[in-house]
Design a protein around this ligand. Structure first.
Ligand SMILES: Nc1ncnc2c1ncn2[C@@H]1O[C@H](COP(=O)(O)OP(=O)(O)O)[C@@H](O)[C@H]1O
Ligand SMILES: [Mg+2]
Length: 293
């Protein structure tokens, strides 16, 4: 993030305050129909403003339902959901969706226009803003995701990672205070995944945008302040990502694989090389060097 785009965010008032909960679930339950089990069950969960939370869990554990409930795409059957202090209700859905942007899995389902700048402008145009304001928002959003040089490019010619960055820019143009990425990297190659993870972790760090990153790539959770593991609509583990990843046996019961570096570490230790537990490749390399010297 350049100083310039940081200033742009500041001007738009995106910097978050403190001590405010971005999202708060109190005893929330939801099911898609009466015959089905609860997709979310008596869930208590909250995210502080400015926090970066990774949500992990195998298929069907309730992650997407959590995302849809958080921005009012679904309505809870039981319990309360508050977004930046306001309880979600039909009358304030518009404000909720402006404050909590969601980026979904498939980049091709999220683009609506042929040219990048029109695509980014789409949501902001629906807010009924002045042309100048929209132009300004397109500029800052594209800069925030490092796509400013593609402003007039054809969306169809972009890589998957670039399309997802455009989708994120479209969400940023709404000036949300929180962004939820629902497996937004799932369809990308490793490079595209890295691009997205870097962009969102920078937006969190430098612009104080609250980030909820739903992912099944354990490595991506490492950059988060906190990792939450879901299973059958409930939170079954939470804590610092590195601490969560040490609890391998538990993770395996929830069908979650461990990050590669953690796995290699464990293999080395099992094989008799006493490396310290780490999830960082450089640290592991140093550990190996230390053990054999
Ligand atoms: N549109 C839907 N209609 C009916 N059931 C659904 C729908 N979407 C999800 N479910 C069910 O709700 C549960 C949670 O799903 P979901 O939130 O999509 O999990 P995840 O995102 O972790 O894979 C699963 O049992 C799933 O089958
Ligand atoms: Mg999902």
């Amino acid at each position: 993030m350049t100083a310039q785009s940081g200033a742009a965010f500041g001007r738009f008032g995106l910097r978050g305050g403190s001590n405010m909960k971005a999202i708060e679930f109190c005893g929330v339950s939801f099911r898609y129909d009466e015959e089905s089990p609860f997709a979310i069950h008596k869930l208590d969960f909250s995210v502080e403003e400015g926090e970066f939370v990774a949500v992990l869990g195998h298929n069907g554990s309730g992650k997407s339902t959590l995302a849809r409930l958080s921005n009012g795409l679904l309505e809870a059957d039981e319990g309360e959901i508050r977004v930046f202090g306001t309880q979600i209700a039909r009358k304030n859905l518009y404000d909720v969706r402006k404050n909590v942007g969601v980026v979904f899995q498939n980049p091709d389902n999220q683009t609506v226009a042929t040219i990048v700048e029109d695509d980014v402008a789409f949501g902001a145009e629906n807010l009924g803003l002045a042309r100048e304001e929209i132009g300004e928002r397109i500029r800052f959003a594209l800069q925030a995701v490092g796509m400013q040089q593609y402003r007039t490019a054809a969306v169809a010619r972009l890589s998957g990672g670039q399309k997802q960055r455009v989708a994120i820019a479209g969400v940023l143009a709404l000036k949300p205070r929180a962004v939820i990425l629902d497996e937004a990297t799932a369809m990308l190659d490793p490079r595209g995944r890295r691009e997205i993870v870097e962009v969102v972790s920078r937006l969190n760090r430098e612009e104080k945008i609250t980030v909820i990153m739903i992912t099944h790539f354990m490595e991506e959770a490492l950059l988060a302040d906190r990792a939450v593991v879901m299973n059958r609509g409930e939170i079954v583990m939470q804590g610092a990502p590195a601490d969560i990843f040490e609890r391998q046996e538990e993770l395996i019961t929830y069908n979650l694989a461990m990050p590669r570096i953690g796995y290699i570490c464990n293999r080395l230790r099992a094989g008799g090389l006493p490396v310290a537990n780490t999830l960082d490749s450089e640290t592991l390399a140093e550990e190996i060097a230390r053990c054999v010297s």
